[in-house]
Design a protein around this ligand. Structure first.
Ligand SMILES: *Cc1c(COP(=O)(O)O)cnc(C)c1O
Length: 379
């Protein structure tokens, strides 16, 4: 099946008890057993729930994976991957990560004896310098948040395979419509489902998709034992959101391209970060591993201090000033004070997350209204 068909149908059958075409919201915590152990495959909803199960099959199909696991947030999904590790293990990861990922690595898992190397991954070969006998996991984010750096997934996957290291890819920014890390050699794909997959800014959820059955069993054990699993109502909302993922992504990409082109030559814009430009440092890799370039764009404002950046960020009418991304509505974010506040200033400055940086999540409104809003806010 092709992507759009999977987004609408994968994992979903008419409901066996009523024939309902849409997967029902099985709002139950527990399931009847005829005699102990004699049940229909469901015992307790922390571990399994029919609405969530349909969603997990659909999520897996979208990443060309065998298995999907849904979590109550993207951070819950990341947390489960980290719990595969034991004290003494080492992780190699990027130096431009989602702030919450940086925070859970440095403030939680570092305390449990796990060592993290935050490195520049724009050249995949650089990863080799940090591999040693303790390296158990490589964690990639691409495109990165917020500076849209691109990491060569296939090249890092080759290094991971050669050294028997797990490779996990945070695919939140691209969405499975634009990029499928498992096809490029990754072992685990992680999503903040909250973003493009849910797509309507009404659910917080995370997911892992993978092919290896043994690894799936280990992760399912953590998922059930630790319990960061989502409820049936949220699972239903995401199943509903997924049905338009392919339509939404096409519109995000088209609007994103027009806005990136408009901003590139705007006199108030100092730098623009968008992987679709041929002068983006890793444009060729983006072109190779992504089907299009998405609707996430960051800019720095020319000559703007923090006050002026705040003024501009607050002067939009169609774009909403808010955290998060990937919904149908356009959002504008000030990473330094919002999503990336938990990263120390010295670390932020190294990767260009400066006071005058704004990140746009381009929605699917009419492009003329979005362009007019940018014109008036930047005037
Ligand atoms: C939002 C986000 C996360 C965290 O997901 P939550 O659903 O907010 O817990 C992780 N990675 C990236 C790239 C994100 O944008």
């Amino acid at each position: 099946m092709k992507f759009g068909t999977k987004a609408i149908h994968a994992g979903q059958e008419p409901d066996p008890s009523t024939g309902a075409v849409m997967t029902p919201i099985y709002q139950t915590s527990t399931y009847w057993q005829k005699s102990p152990g004699d049940n229909k495959g469901f015992e307790y909803s922390r571990g399994t729930n029919p609405t969530r199960k349909a969603l997990e099959s659909c999520l897996a199909a979208l990443e060309n994976a065998k298995f999907g696991l849904a979590f109550s947030s993207g951070m819950g999904a990341t947390d489960a991957v980290m719990k595969l590790l034991v004290p003494g293990d080492e992780v190699i990861t990027g130096n431009d990560l989602y702030g919450g990922s940086y925070r859970i690595f440095t403030k939680i898992f570092s305390n449990y004896g796990i060592k993290f190397h935050f490195i520049d991954m724009s050249d995949a070969n650089h990863v080799k310098n940090y591999v040693n006998d303790h390296t158990k996991l490589i964690w990639i984010e691409t495109p990165t948040n917020p500076t849209m750096q691109i990491v060569d997934i296939a090249a890092v996957a080759a290094i991971a395979k050669e050294n028997d290291i797990l490779l996990a890819v945070d695919n939140t920014f691209a969405s499975p419509y634009l990029q499928n890390p498992i096809d490029l050699g990754a072992d685990i794909v992680m999503h903040s489902v909250t973003k493009y997959l849910g797509g309507h800014s009404d659910v917080v959820m995370g997911a892992l998709m993978l092919n290896d059955e043994d690894l799936y069993k280990r992760l399912w054990f953590i998922y059930n034992a630790c319990g960061a699993t989502p409820g049936p109502m949220d699972s239903f909302l995401v199943l509903r959101g997924l049905k338009t993922l392919h339509l939404r992504m096409r519109a995000h990409c088209e609007n994103g391209r027009q806005i990136a082109e408009f901003l590139k030559t705007h006199p108030k814009v100092e730098k623009i970060y968008w992987p679709g430009f041929t002068d983006h440092p890793n444009h060729d890799i983006a072109k190779k591993q992504m089907r299009d370039f998405g609707g996430m764009i960051s800019i720095t404002l020319k000559g703007a201090d923090l006050q002026e950046t705040y003024r501009i960020a607050s002067s939009f009418n169609v774009f909403s000033l808010a955290e998060s991304l990937g919904g149908v509505e356009s959002l504008i974010n000030h990473p330094v004070s919002m999503t990336h506040g938990s990263i120390p200033k010295a670390e932020r400055d190294k990767v260009g997350v400066t006071d005058n940086l704004l990140r746009l999540s381009v929605g699917v409104e009419d492009i003329d209204d979005l362009l007019d809003d940018l014109k008036q806010a930047l005037s």
